[in-house]
Design a protein around this ligand. Structure first.
Ligand code: UN1
Length: 479
């Protein structure tokens, strides 16, 4: 049996906190994966103070010197990729291949933003005034708060932390309670890379205590959150009331439109990867498919076969190709959603919707009304609803008929349909013939409608816009 990992707070450069709480390995009931401390409002306060004290000196370093710390952290993470991926599987439940890829993504993020220390920032203008130039500086916000989810327990903290740090901010992060260890590894790497004490702080604990403290504290100039729409909208109200900067990435109900001209096998592979990888537990996952009549039967047959190729189980077993559901309550929620759909007349083409021990195989459901819960509510499991539509126009209308707007896809060989869809679909990310989940680390990402605060994008160079504000400097030279 693996040794139990110990997650700790990091406050002012000190790893602190006892092992008051336990997180079980979701694939092995009874095996404690991590012990971790449960933070209080006082811990959040101490972390915010430490971050405030450390920030000016950090911002005063040349950006390439800040970048060097991030590049060293990337190297340290790489040297521990296997160990971190193992701990990530034990606390989250995804497959070891997915976890190794996720740690690789975190490494890439630190390399990208480390190198960004050498990039140009700001712009210069010719003023309309004589003998005057104008330039803009990008200035750090100061102390930023980060609240991160369990489904990408190291990649999302990395892609929020790295742009914050390269821009000269200090950070207080509250990781999801289900996955406290991954951010602890991130904290160790940053600390060992030479990040000054207090620049990166971690406080574990419940969102309503620690997360709420970060949202309410006037010393926290901006807060970036990824999680559910319900929690995100509550935070946005708190942040707006004190005019703090908010970046919220929330839920999705991402759809793929499969058209008659597509290849059924390829379309099924795109949908299966989007719906079932990461056990369907990505806010970018595919959970609705609209299909036109000419391809319907062939596509469904291929999709059921693609679903059958997944082997659910313990992510540490190399034969597993779909990890377990993250927790018992989530598993019950997934099962209840499928059961309710079946009672309302849905047909299952693959999967039973009944948990098999800890496994919950891929589920492909048809005979659902477009507005039924399985086809319209975010469930966050390996379940896909396939719904018939008459043609492209009615399919596009159905894709857009949702309060969410994160990702959307189309499977087609028609350049005309692909182009029209990309222009008219209401989503922050559009994928033509590619799965709705799985994003490059260097391109902008974010949703519209209720999937987002509709403020700032994450990832790539665009990400630094959230963590900086623009100062306009006029310089007059009198000769
Ligand atoms: C991806 O699909 O590669 O929490 C990333 C999430 C998203 C990130 C998805 N914020 O699932």
């Amino acid at each position: 049996m693996a040794q139990t990992a110990l997650a700790q707070h990091l406050i002012g450069g000190e790893f602190l906190g006892g092992a008051d709480k336990e997180r079980e390995n979701p694939a092995r009931p009874g095996e404690v994966a991590v012990r971790y401390p449960s933070g209080t409002a006082a811990d959040a306060d101490a972390a915010i103070s430490a971050a405030g004290d450390a920030q000016p000196a950090w911002a005063g370093l040349p950006a390439p010197a800040r970048g060097a710390v991030l590049l060293r952290a990337a190297e340290i993470l790489r040297s521990r990729q296997t160990e971190i991926a193992g701990d990530l599987v034990r606390e989250e439940g995804k497959t070891i291949a997915e976890a190794t890829g996720e740690v690789g993504r975190a490494i890439g993020v630190f390399q990208f933003f480390g190198a960004a220390g050498w990039s140009a920032t700001g712009a210069t203008y010719d003023s309309a005034l004589a003998d005057t130039t104008v330039r803009t500086n990008r200035e750090p916000l100061g102390v930023v708060g980060l609240i991160t989810p369990w489904n990408f327990p190291i990649a999302i903290p990395a892609w929020k932390t790295a742009p914050a740090l390269i821009s000269g901010n200090s950070v207080v992060i509250k990781p999801a309670e289900l996955t406290p260890m991954s951010v602890t590894h991130l904290a160790r790497a940053l600390q060992e890379a030479g990040l000054p004490a207090g620049v990166f702080n971690v406080v574990h604990g419940p969102g309503r205590v620690v997360g709420q403290s970060l949202a309410e504290d006037r010393r926290v100039a901006g807060l970036s959150f990824t999680g559910s729409t319900a929690v995100g909208l509550g935070l946005q109200t708190t942040l707006n009331a004190r005019r703090a900067r908010a970046q919220l990435e929330m839920g999705g109900k991402n759809a793929v439109l499969v058209l008659d001209d597509a290849d059924p096998r390829r379309a099924a592979a795109v949908v299966a990867a989007g719906a079932f990888s990461l056990t369907g537990q990505a806010c970018t996952a595919t959970s609705r498919v609209y299909v036109t009549p000419g391809i319907r039967d062939a596509f469904l047959k291929e999709l059921a076969e693609a679903a059958a190729r997944f082997t659910p189980g313990d992510g540490l077993d190399p034969a597993t190709s779909m990890g377990v559901v993250v927790s018992r309550p989530q598993l019950e929620q997934d099962a209840a959603a499928v059961e309710a759909a079946v009672s309302a007349g849905a047909t299952l083409h693959h999967g039973t919707g009944i948990p098999d021990g800890l496994g919950f195989g891929p589920v492909v459901a048809t005979d659902l009304e477009h507005g039924s819960p399985l086809a319209s509510e975010e469930i966050f499991g390996p379940i896909v609803a396939v719904i018939d539509v008459d043609d492209y126009e009615s399919g596009l209308a159905a894709v857009n008929d949702t309060p969410y707007g994160l990702t959307a896809g189309i499977c087609t060989t028609s350049l005309a349909y692909a182009t029209d869809f990309a222009a008219r679909v209401q989503a922050g990310v559009v994928k033509v013939n590619r799965p709705t989940s799985g994003l490059d680390l260097h391109v902008p990402f974010g949703g519209i409608k209720e999937s987002s605060s509709n403020t700032f994008r994450e990832q790539g160079h665009t990400a630094t816009q959230f963590y900086t504000w623009e100062k306009t400097v006029y310089v007059g030279i009198d000769r």
